[in-house]
Write a protein that binds this ligand. Structure first.
Ligand SMILES: NC(=O)c1ccc[n+]([C@@H]2O[C@H](COP(=O)([O-])OP(=O)(O)OC[C@H]3O[C@@H](n4cnc5c(N)ncnc54)[C@H](OP(=O)(O)O)[C@@H]3O)[C@@H](O)[C@H]2O)c1
Length: 248
Protein backbone atom coordinates (compact mmCIF):
# COMPACT_ATOMS: atom_id res chain seq x y z
CA UNK A 1 0.00 0.00 0.00
CA UNK A 2 2.33 2.73 -1.26
CA UNK A 3 -0.39 5.43 -1.26
CA UNK A 4 -2.30 4.52 1.89
CA UNK A 5 -4.39 7.48 3.15
CA UNK A 6 -3.26 9.66 0.25
CA UNK A 7 -5.58 11.74 -1.91
CA UNK A 8 -4.58 11.59 -5.59
CA UNK A 9 -6.00 13.84 -8.29
CA UNK A 10 -5.62 12.50 -11.84
CA UNK A 11 -6.37 14.31 -15.09
CA UNK A 12 -7.01 12.19 -18.15
CA UNK A 13 -8.08 9.38 -15.83
CA UNK A 14 -10.86 8.22 -18.14
CA UNK A 15 -8.65 6.46 -20.69
CA UNK A 16 -5.29 4.86 -21.42
CA UNK A 17 -2.40 5.75 -19.12
CA UNK A 18 -4.49 7.85 -16.70
CA UNK A 19 -7.15 5.19 -16.25
CA UNK A 20 -4.57 2.47 -15.60
CA UNK A 21 -2.82 4.76 -13.12
CA UNK A 22 -6.10 5.55 -11.34
CA UNK A 23 -6.71 1.81 -10.89
CA UNK A 24 -3.17 1.25 -9.60
CA UNK A 25 -3.27 4.24 -7.21
CA UNK A 26 -6.62 2.97 -5.89
CA UNK A 27 -5.19 -0.53 -5.39
CA UNK A 28 -2.28 1.08 -3.50
CA UNK A 29 -4.67 2.67 -1.01
CA UNK A 30 -5.27 6.16 -2.43
CA UNK A 31 -8.56 8.01 -2.57
CA UNK A 32 -8.73 8.89 -6.23
CA UNK A 33 -10.18 11.99 -7.91
CA UNK A 34 -10.57 11.68 -11.67
CA UNK A 35 -11.12 14.63 -13.99
CA UNK A 36 -12.48 14.13 -17.50
CA UNK A 37 -14.31 16.18 -20.11
CA UNK A 38 -16.88 13.57 -21.12
CA UNK A 39 -19.66 12.45 -18.73
CA UNK A 40 -20.07 8.98 -20.26
CA UNK A 41 -16.36 8.19 -20.21
CA UNK A 42 -16.14 9.52 -16.64
CA UNK A 43 -18.94 7.23 -15.48
CA UNK A 44 -17.39 4.23 -17.26
CA UNK A 45 -14.01 4.99 -15.69
CA UNK A 46 -15.64 5.25 -12.27
CA UNK A 47 -17.06 1.75 -12.66
CA UNK A 48 -13.73 0.37 -13.82
CA UNK A 49 -11.74 1.99 -11.01
CA UNK A 50 -14.35 1.01 -8.42
CA UNK A 51 -14.48 1.96 -4.75
CA UNK A 52 -13.46 5.31 -3.41
CA UNK A 53 -13.36 7.57 -6.49
CA UNK A 54 -14.61 11.12 -7.01
CA UNK A 55 -15.49 11.83 -10.64
CA UNK A 56 -15.31 15.47 -11.73
CA UNK A 57 -16.33 16.82 -15.08
CA UNK A 58 -13.84 19.40 -16.40
CA UNK A 59 -12.70 20.49 -19.82
CA UNK A 60 -9.11 21.38 -19.06
CA UNK A 61 -9.09 23.87 -21.93
CA UNK A 62 -11.42 25.99 -19.75
CA UNK A 63 -9.75 27.62 -16.72
CA UNK A 64 -13.12 28.02 -14.94
CA UNK A 65 -13.70 24.23 -15.17
CA UNK A 66 -10.31 23.57 -13.58
CA UNK A 67 -11.00 25.99 -10.74
CA UNK A 68 -14.42 24.43 -10.12
CA UNK A 69 -13.03 20.88 -10.13
CA UNK A 70 -10.17 21.63 -7.75
CA UNK A 71 -12.60 23.40 -5.39
CA UNK A 72 -14.88 20.32 -5.48
CA UNK A 73 -11.87 18.10 -4.69
CA UNK A 74 -10.91 20.35 -1.77
CA UNK A 75 -14.49 20.40 -0.49
CA UNK A 76 -14.60 16.57 -0.51
CA UNK A 77 -11.17 15.74 0.90
CA UNK A 78 -9.74 18.95 2.39
CA UNK A 79 -6.31 18.28 0.87
CA UNK A 80 -4.51 16.81 -2.12
CA UNK A 81 -1.36 14.71 -1.71
CA UNK A 82 -0.65 13.70 -5.29
CA UNK A 83 -1.42 15.41 -8.59
CA UNK A 84 -0.99 13.34 -11.74
CA UNK A 85 -1.40 15.95 -14.51
CA UNK A 86 -1.60 13.55 -17.40
CA UNK A 87 -4.38 14.60 -19.79
CA UNK A 88 -3.16 15.41 -23.27
CA UNK A 89 -3.95 15.17 -26.94
CA UNK A 90 -2.39 15.95 -30.29
CA UNK A 91 -3.12 16.17 -34.00
CA UNK A 92 -0.74 15.45 -36.83
CA UNK A 93 -0.14 18.59 -38.88
CA UNK A 94 2.85 19.35 -41.11
CA UNK A 95 4.26 22.88 -40.97
CA UNK A 96 2.08 24.24 -43.79
CA UNK A 97 -1.13 22.88 -42.21
CA UNK A 98 -0.62 24.45 -38.77
CA UNK A 99 -3.02 27.29 -37.95
CA UNK A 100 -3.15 29.66 -34.98
CA UNK A 101 -6.29 27.80 -33.85
CA UNK A 102 -4.43 24.48 -33.88
CA UNK A 103 -1.58 25.99 -31.87
CA UNK A 104 -4.11 27.23 -29.29
CA UNK A 105 -5.86 23.85 -29.23
CA UNK A 106 -2.60 22.08 -28.33
CA UNK A 107 -1.26 24.59 -25.84
CA UNK A 108 -4.58 25.23 -24.07
CA UNK A 109 -4.85 21.56 -23.06
CA UNK A 110 -1.31 20.19 -22.91
CA UNK A 111 0.34 23.25 -21.37
CA UNK A 112 -2.09 25.82 -19.97
CA UNK A 113 -4.56 23.21 -18.71
CA UNK A 114 -1.76 21.31 -17.00
CA UNK A 115 -0.19 24.48 -15.58
CA UNK A 116 -3.48 25.73 -14.12
CA UNK A 117 -4.30 22.29 -12.68
CA UNK A 118 -1.02 22.30 -10.77
CA UNK A 119 -1.37 25.97 -9.81
CA UNK A 120 -4.86 25.52 -8.39
CA UNK A 121 -4.05 22.23 -6.60
CA UNK A 122 -0.77 23.23 -4.94
CA UNK A 123 -2.35 25.43 -2.24
CA UNK A 124 -4.07 22.28 -0.92
CA UNK A 125 -0.87 20.20 -0.93
CA UNK A 126 1.34 19.66 2.07
CA UNK A 127 4.95 18.85 2.80
CA UNK A 128 5.62 15.45 1.22
CA UNK A 129 3.25 16.08 -1.68
CA UNK A 130 4.08 14.95 -5.19
CA UNK A 131 3.26 16.44 -8.58
CA UNK A 132 3.74 14.08 -11.52
CA UNK A 133 3.19 15.23 -15.10
CA UNK A 134 3.16 13.27 -18.34
CA UNK A 135 5.60 14.42 -21.01
CA UNK A 136 6.58 12.34 -24.07
CA UNK A 137 9.46 10.88 -26.07
CA UNK A 138 8.58 13.70 -28.51
CA UNK A 139 10.27 16.28 -26.29
CA UNK A 140 13.55 14.61 -27.30
CA UNK A 141 12.91 13.12 -30.75
CA UNK A 142 11.76 15.06 -33.83
CA UNK A 143 9.01 13.39 -35.85
CA UNK A 144 7.46 15.04 -38.93
CA UNK A 145 3.96 16.44 -38.39
CA UNK A 146 4.12 16.50 -34.61
CA UNK A 147 5.65 19.93 -33.99
CA UNK A 148 2.82 21.20 -31.77
CA UNK A 149 2.46 18.12 -29.59
CA UNK A 150 6.24 17.94 -29.20
CA UNK A 151 6.55 21.64 -28.33
CA UNK A 152 3.87 21.43 -25.64
CA UNK A 153 5.65 18.46 -24.07
CA UNK A 154 9.02 20.23 -24.18
CA UNK A 155 7.39 23.18 -22.40
CA UNK A 156 6.04 20.83 -19.74
CA UNK A 157 9.49 19.24 -19.34
CA UNK A 158 10.85 22.72 -18.65
CA UNK A 159 8.04 23.42 -16.19
CA UNK A 160 9.04 20.42 -14.09
CA UNK A 161 12.41 22.04 -13.40
CA UNK A 162 11.05 25.51 -12.60
CA UNK A 163 8.10 24.39 -10.50
CA UNK A 164 10.32 21.78 -8.86
CA UNK A 165 12.63 24.61 -7.78
CA UNK A 166 9.72 26.80 -6.65
CA UNK A 167 8.03 24.07 -4.62
CA UNK A 168 11.08 22.36 -3.13
CA UNK A 169 11.14 24.70 -0.09
CA UNK A 170 7.60 23.48 0.69
CA UNK A 171 8.66 19.82 0.47
CA UNK A 172 6.60 19.24 -2.67
CA UNK A 173 8.35 17.27 -5.41
CA UNK A 174 7.69 17.78 -9.14
CA UNK A 175 8.63 15.12 -11.70
CA UNK A 176 7.63 13.88 -15.14
CA UNK A 177 7.04 10.44 -16.52
CA UNK A 178 7.96 10.34 -20.21
CA UNK A 179 6.20 7.58 -22.14
CA UNK A 180 7.49 6.17 -25.38
CA UNK A 181 4.97 4.60 -27.75
CA UNK A 182 2.23 3.15 -25.54
CA UNK A 183 -0.83 1.20 -26.69
CA UNK A 184 -3.75 3.52 -25.84
CA UNK A 185 -6.61 5.24 -27.73
CA UNK A 186 -4.26 8.26 -28.14
CA UNK A 187 -3.11 7.29 -31.64
CA UNK A 188 -6.68 6.97 -32.93
CA UNK A 189 -7.20 10.67 -32.13
CA UNK A 190 -4.22 11.97 -34.14
CA UNK A 191 -6.38 12.54 -37.22
CA UNK A 192 -4.71 9.84 -39.35
CA UNK A 193 -6.39 7.31 -41.64
CA UNK A 194 -6.15 3.64 -40.63
CA UNK A 195 -3.49 3.16 -43.28
CA UNK A 196 -1.41 6.13 -42.08
CA UNK A 197 -1.85 4.99 -38.49
CA UNK A 198 -0.57 1.49 -39.25
CA UNK A 199 2.43 2.91 -41.12
CA UNK A 200 3.21 5.36 -38.30
CA UNK A 201 2.94 2.63 -35.65
CA UNK A 202 5.25 0.34 -37.65
CA UNK A 203 7.78 3.15 -38.17
CA UNK A 204 7.84 3.99 -34.45
CA UNK A 205 8.06 0.35 -33.39
CA UNK A 206 11.01 -0.17 -35.73
CA UNK A 207 12.89 2.49 -33.74
CA UNK A 208 12.21 0.93 -30.32
CA UNK A 209 15.14 -1.19 -29.08
CA UNK A 210 12.77 -3.41 -27.04
CA UNK A 211 10.85 -3.95 -30.30
CA UNK A 212 7.33 -3.39 -29.01
CA UNK A 213 4.87 -0.74 -27.89
CA UNK A 214 4.64 -0.29 -24.14
CA UNK A 215 1.53 -0.91 -22.04
CA UNK A 216 -0.27 1.68 -19.89
CA UNK A 217 0.49 -0.29 -16.73
CA UNK A 218 4.22 0.17 -17.41
CA UNK A 219 3.72 3.95 -17.25
CA UNK A 220 1.35 3.66 -14.29
CA UNK A 221 4.01 1.83 -12.25
CA UNK A 222 6.49 4.63 -12.96
CA UNK A 223 3.90 7.26 -12.02
CA UNK A 224 3.36 5.32 -8.77
CA UNK A 225 7.09 5.43 -8.03
CA UNK A 226 7.16 9.22 -8.54
CA UNK A 227 3.91 9.75 -6.61
CA UNK A 228 4.95 7.69 -3.60
CA UNK A 229 7.60 8.12 -0.91
CA UNK A 230 9.73 5.56 -2.81
CA UNK A 231 11.02 8.59 -4.73
CA UNK A 232 11.24 10.88 -1.69
CA UNK A 233 14.64 12.33 -2.77
CA UNK A 234 13.75 12.75 -6.46
CA UNK A 235 12.57 16.06 -7.89
CA UNK A 236 12.89 17.88 -11.20
CA UNK A 237 13.51 14.75 -13.25
CA UNK A 238 11.88 13.11 -16.23
CA UNK A 239 11.60 9.34 -15.80
CA UNK A 240 11.86 7.92 -19.31
CA UNK A 241 9.78 4.80 -19.95
CA UNK A 242 10.19 4.16 -23.65
CA UNK A 243 11.82 0.80 -24.32
CA UNK A 244 15.06 2.63 -25.11
CA UNK A 245 13.55 4.73 -27.92
CA UNK A 246 15.31 7.94 -26.92
CA UNK A 247 18.41 6.38 -25.38
CA UNK A 248 20.20 4.24 -27.98
N1 LIG B 1 0.08 6.77 -25.81
C1 LIG B 1 1.31 7.16 -26.08
O1 LIG B 1 2.04 6.53 -26.87
C2 LIG B 1 1.88 8.39 -25.42
C3 LIG B 1 3.23 8.69 -25.66
C4 LIG B 1 3.80 9.80 -25.05
C5 LIG B 1 3.03 10.60 -24.22
N2 LIG B 1 1.72 10.30 -24.02
C6 LIG B 1 0.95 11.19 -23.14
O2 LIG B 1 0.26 10.44 -22.17
C7 LIG B 1 -0.88 11.17 -21.73
C8 LIG B 1 -2.07 10.23 -21.68
O3 LIG B 1 -2.32 9.80 -23.00
P1 LIG B 1 -2.97 8.38 -23.35
O4 LIG B 1 -2.03 7.69 -24.26
O5 LIG B 1 -3.44 7.70 -22.13
O6 LIG B 1 -4.17 8.91 -24.27
P2 LIG B 1 -5.77 8.75 -24.18
O7 LIG B 1 -6.11 7.33 -23.92
O8 LIG B 1 -6.26 9.41 -25.42
O9 LIG B 1 -6.16 9.61 -22.91
C9 LIG B 1 -6.18 11.01 -22.95
C10 LIG B 1 -6.90 11.53 -21.72
O10 LIG B 1 -6.91 12.96 -21.77
C11 LIG B 1 -8.23 13.41 -21.47
N3 LIG B 1 -8.56 14.66 -22.17
C12 LIG B 1 -8.45 14.94 -23.48
N4 LIG B 1 -8.90 16.17 -23.74
C13 LIG B 1 -9.33 16.68 -22.55
C14 LIG B 1 -9.90 17.91 -22.16
N5 LIG B 1 -10.13 18.90 -23.04
N6 LIG B 1 -10.23 18.07 -20.86
C15 LIG B 1 -10.01 17.09 -19.96
N7 LIG B 1 -9.45 15.92 -20.26
C16 LIG B 1 -9.12 15.72 -21.54
C17 LIG B 1 -9.13 12.30 -22.00
O11 LIG B 1 -10.35 12.34 -21.28
P3 LIG B 1 -11.78 12.69 -21.90
O12 LIG B 1 -11.63 12.71 -23.40
O13 LIG B 1 -12.66 11.65 -21.36
O14 LIG B 1 -12.03 14.05 -21.35
C18 LIG B 1 -8.34 11.05 -21.65
O15 LIG B 1 -8.63 10.63 -20.35
C19 LIG B 1 -1.03 12.35 -22.69
O16 LIG B 1 -0.55 13.52 -22.08
C20 LIG B 1 -0.15 11.97 -23.86
O17 LIG B 1 0.37 13.08 -24.53
C21 LIG B 1 1.12 9.22 -24.60
Amino acid sequence: MKLKNKVALITGGTSGIGLETAKLFRAEGASVIVLGSNAERLAAAGKEIGGDVLLLSADLRKPADIERAIEAARASFGRIDVVFANAGAGKVAPLEAVTPELIDEHFSLNFTGLFLTVQKAVPFMQNGGSVVVTTSFLDTVGMPGLSLLAATKAAVRSLVRTLGAELAPRGIRVNAVSPGAITTPFYGKLGLTDEQLAATAAAIQARVPLQRFGESIEIARSALFLASDDSSYTTGVELVVDGGLTQF
